[in-house]
Design a binder for this molecule. Structure first.
Ligand code: AHR
Length: 477
């Protein structure tokens, strides 16, 4: 495949860094044990947050983190999770296995996590089972700076400065677990909630609960009734091998399953383009849940959504990020589900040990595109290659993914200017479709130096092995 970019002077679309956002829900070990171990844990931690996980995640330069759900957001009552830990009530997590939630990780712990990761917060508010007042009070607790009750309560809890919150979600999957609402009804509920959220500490970016998958009627109705009141509309799309009732195994799969999962992931492209046709340009699309979803790992609590992560997941991640880049003019945020121990995670924890997944390395490589200028992005479902070409800090950045499990491919890119040899040339590959890392073999799939490229003037040719992902950074002469 050959690509030629003759002129980059008119390129003005930014690939928002927020497209590489993460999501952490109170679900299984997504928070507890995975991130939060508490201050008295024998596992090394800073203010209760495990250092090995935080250190690994810091390498990804995570731009934004969505919390506390997902489904759990619509049953989360924030006042249970503030103040002295020993006084916090124990509640039940009805969304995920009816386990006891001790609320030791709450609002202040979440912002400590964001501080340690150096990321921004995306707080998903409770519309399903909460009240407008509860929401208004939470915003005040988090962001108000004056002499008011909830701002003072935050100070009393040891946090004198208001937190910076830009992104808020009003409800989650309102069409299902968030209240089984009709789009017409949710549009009114959304408008009511958003009326009362005050902006104390900078503008709030309000995200409405958008469609699932191909529910175009939801998008149409919601936009007709509430679009002027929103900044972003959320879309959720999970990649599945089969059907919701039998999602296949994360590791034990054949080539047919490979193709079926990759095709499911690639539907993201048409879902985005078709929803965007219905969304006025004044509202962004926010894909705040995406990723692979398999049957739960054998021997684990099925409600905890624990699954291994293979080379196949890495190809899904790279392809999806390239698809997002293709629509960077209209998508402003995306959040992979989920950051630690749940679904397509970056990090898995096993007691005191951690595993970095193949998906972790995709995010590590792709961070070069964060806030870069888009020159070209390509994804078509009948082509094994998908790619993004961007420009940042006097570098060209090329990411390319070969989704074929058995065919090599080459990509030649001709760029507008001469460039020096890459300052970084990384790849992720394997000869096995289900290659993965585990506690005993933590480095089976890791990023490596990429060397099968040749430069000729302003052109670079890359030779990709089957199921290989490559990211190059080329300094412009
Ligand atoms: O990510 C897991 C769950 O999937 C989320 O809680 C929910 O929003 C979605 O159905």
């Amino acid at each position: 495949m050959k690509v030629e970019i003759n002129d980059d002077s008119k390129a003005n679309v930014l690939i928002s860094k927020y497209l590489q956002g993460q999501f952490a829900e109170h679900l299984g070990h997504g928070i507890y044990d995975g991130i939060w171990v508490g201050k008295d844990s024998p596992i090394k931690n800073v203010n209760g947050l495990r250092s090995d996980v935080v250190d690994a995640l810091k390498q990804l330069h995570i731009p934004v983190l969505r919390w506390p759900g997902g489904s759990y957001a619509d049953e989360y009552h924030w006042q249970n999770g503030i103040g002295p830990v020993e006084k916090r009530p124990k509640t039940i997590n009805h969304s995920w296995g009816a386990v006891v939630e001790d609320n030791s990780f709450g609002t202040d712990e979440f912002f400590e996590l964001c501080r340690q990761l150096g990321c921004e917060a995306y707080v998903n508010l409770n519309v399903g089972s909460g009240t407008v007042k509860e929401t208004v009070d939470w915003i005040e607790y988090m962001t108000a700076d004056g002499d008011s009750y909830f701002a003072n309560l935050r100070r009393q809890n040891g946090h004198p400065e208001p937190y910076k919150v830009k992104f808020i979600g009003l409800g989650n999957e309102a069409w299902m677990g968030g209240g089984y609402m009709r789009a017409e009804y949710y549009a009114d509920v959304y408008k009511r909630y958003q009326t009362y959220v005050s902006e104390y500490n900078g503008p709030l970016y309000k995200i409405a609960s958008g469609p699932s998958e191909d529910n175009f009627a939801w998008t149409k109705t919601l936009c007709e009734r509430a679009e002027p009141f929103m900044d972003g509309l959320a879309l959720h799309h999970y990649a599945l091998t089969n059907q919701w009732n039998d999602k296949g195994d994360a590791v034990d799969f054949d080539e047919e399953d490979w193709v079926s999962l990759i095709n499911s992931a690639r539907q993201m492209d048409s879902l985005i383009s078709r929803h965007l046709e219905l969304i006025p340009k004044t509202t962004d699309l926010v894909v705040d849940e995406w990723g692979t979803w398999f049957n739960p790992m054998k021997g684990t609590n099925p409600a905890f959504l624990i699954q291994q992560n293979t080379m196949r997941d890495a190809v899904v991640a790279a392809t999806t990020l390239n698809i997002f880049n293709k629509y960077a003019d209209r998508i402003k945020m995306a959040n992979i589900a989920q950051m630690v121990n749940v679904l397509q995670s970056m990090v898995m924890t096993v007691g005191e040990k951690i595993i970095l997944t193949p998906t972790y390395y995709v995010f590590k490589m792709f961070q070069a595109h964060q806030d870069a200028t888009l020159l070209d992005a390509f994804h078509e479902s009948n082509n094994d290659l998908n790619y993004t070409i961007s420009k940042k800090d006097q570098h060209y950045i090329i990411s390319v993914c070969n989704v074929s499990p058995d065919k090599p491919h080459d990509l030649t890119v001709t760029l507008p200017s001469q460039f020096e040899k890459p300052t970084s040339a990384k790849c992720l590959n394997s000869q096995q479709m289900n290659a993965h890392n585990d506690v005993d073999h933590p480095d089976v799939v890791t990023d490596k130096d990429f060397s099968t490229y040749t430069v000729d003037g302003k052109s670079i040719r890359m030779d990709l092995a089957p199921m290989e992902i490559v990211v190059l950074e080329l300094p412009i002469k």
